[in-house]
Design a protein around this ligand. Structure first.
Ligand code: SF4
Length: 327
C-alpha cells in the first residue's frame, strides 16, 4: 500500500525520505509487488522516461517488445508503456493476454496521419501496387495493407516484394530512405506524413555539434529529414542505434532520435559519451506516461486496449508476413 494518496503529487521514488518510524515504500516497490501478484509484464519503449525504463521487464522498440511478450507464456497482462499504436500491436500479437496503456492520451500523431479510409483510397488509385505500412499506424490501417514493416526492416521487406513500385506510409522520410536503399519507386502515403519529434533535428545543429566534437560519430533515426540522414555516419531504428553504439569502437556519439534513448545508451555503454543532436527532441505523447500512471494502470487495470477481431485478424496477417520475411 502506498502511504500517500495518489490523488496528491507522488514524490520521486528515488528521493522520497521516510518520516520517523516509516519504512520506505516506493512506487517502484509497489509496482514490483503488483507485477508478481498479477503475473504482469511492464514493457517500456526506448523513449519512455528513465524511471519507467528502470522498472520495466523489457525496454526496446515496439515490435521487439510485442514479440518478447509473446515468449512470456505465463504472463496474464501487459502494461505497455508507450503510445497507442504500439499497445494495439501488443494486443493483436498477444490475444492470450490483457493489454493496458498507462495514459489514454498517449497517441502517436504520425500514426493518425494515415487512417484506414485513406489507405483504401490509395489502393483504388494504384490497384496493382503493394501497400507497405510502417508499424506506426493504427490497427485499422494495418488491416488494409499487404505487409507491415519497422524502421529496422523496411528495406528488407520492400526488397522482398516482387514489385518495382510500392505504396509506403505514413512517414515520408522513412519512405525516402527506403527508396534510396532499394532503388524502387516508393510512393509516400500520405505525401507528407512525418514524426513531429524527429523533424526537429536540423542539419545545421548536427554540423555545429560535429564541429564541437570532431571525434563523435552521428547516429540518427530514418524518421529524420533526408538532409540530416545524409550527414549521419549511421542511420537506423532505435534498436539498431543501440546495437551500433554497443559494437562500434567510437567513444562519443551524437544521437538523432527522441532523447529518452540516451538513458538506455548510457546504461548499456558506461564508458561512452552520448550527446543528443537536439535536446528538445522530446515526444510529448511518449512522456505522458509516468511511473505513477504505470502503477495505476497495473493496480486499477486501466486503460484496456482491445482491437475488434475482424480488424485484428487482418492486421495480424500483415504483421506476421513481415515477421516471416525478416526471420
Ligand atoms: S516519437 Fe514520433 S513516431 Fe514516435 S510516438 Fe512520438 S510522434 Fe510518434
Amino acid at each position: 500500500m502506498l502511504r500517500k494518496s495518489l490523488n496528491s503529487k507522488v514524490p520521486d521514488p528515488q528521493t522520497r525520505q521516510p518520516s520517523c518510524g516509516e519504512e520506505t515504500v516506493t512506487l517502484a516497490d509497489n509496482i514490483s509487488k503488483l507485477k508478481k501478484e498479477k503475473r504482469a509484464l511492464i514493457m517500456a519503449h526506448n523513449y519512455q522516461r528513465a524511471e519507467i525504463q528502470d522498472i520495466a521487464d523489457y525496454v526496446g522498440d515496439s515490435i521487439g517488445l510485442c514479440r518478447r511478450a509473446m515468449e512470456e507464456r505465463d504472463a496474464r497482462m501487459i502494461v505497455f508503456s508507450a503510445v497507442d499504436f504500439m499497445a494495439e500491436s501488443a494486443a493483436i500479437l498477444n490475444p492470450d493476454k490483457r493489454v493496458f496503456i498507462p495514459s489514454l492520451g498517449a497517441r502517436c500523431p504520425m500514426a493518425h496521419m494515415l487512417l484506414a479510409e485513406e489507405v483504401r483510397l490509395w489502393k483504388k488509385r494504384y490497384p496493382k501496387v503493394p501497400v507497405v505500412l510502417y508499424v506506426n499506424t493504427l490497427a485499422e490501417a494495418k488491416a488494409e495493407c499487404d505487409v507491415c514493416c519497422t524502421s529496422a526492416n523496411a528495406v528488407k521487406v520492400v526488397n522482398s516484394l516482387d514489385a518495382d513500385t510500392v505504396l509506403f506510409g505514413p512517414d515520408h522520410n522513412l519512405a525516402w530512405n527506403v527508396q534510396q536503399k532499394t532503388g524502387k519507386k516508393v510512393i509516400p502515403i500520405p505525401r507528407d506524413g512525418f514524426c513531429p519529434t524527429h523533424v526537429l533535428f536540423l542539419k545545421e545543429d548536427v554540423l555545429l555539434l560535429k564541429g564541437e566534437h570532431p571525434d563523435a560519430v552521428v547516429a540518427v533515426h530514418p524518421e529524420c529529414t533526408p538532409d540530416v540522414q545524409l550527414i549521419a555516419d549511421f542511420v537506423g531504428s532505435t534498436s539498431q542505434i543501440c546495437g551500433y553504439a554497443r559494437e562500434s569502437s567510437a567513444e562519443k556519439y551524437i544521437i538523432g532520435t527522441e532523447v529518452g534513448i540516451i538513458h538506455r545508451l548510457k546504461k548499456e555503454n558506461p564508458g561512452k559519451t552520448f550527446i543528443p543532436a537536439y535536446d528538445g527532441a522530446i515526444c510529448p505523447n511518449m512522456k505522458l506516461n509516468t511511473l505513477e500512471r504505470v502503477y495505476l494502470s497495473l493496480k486499477e487495470e486501466r486503460y484496456s486496449v482491445t482491437v475488434p477481431n475482424s480488424v485484428a485478424r487482418k492486421a495480424r496477417k500483415a504483421l506476421e508476413r513481415m515477421v516471416s520475411i525478416v526471420q
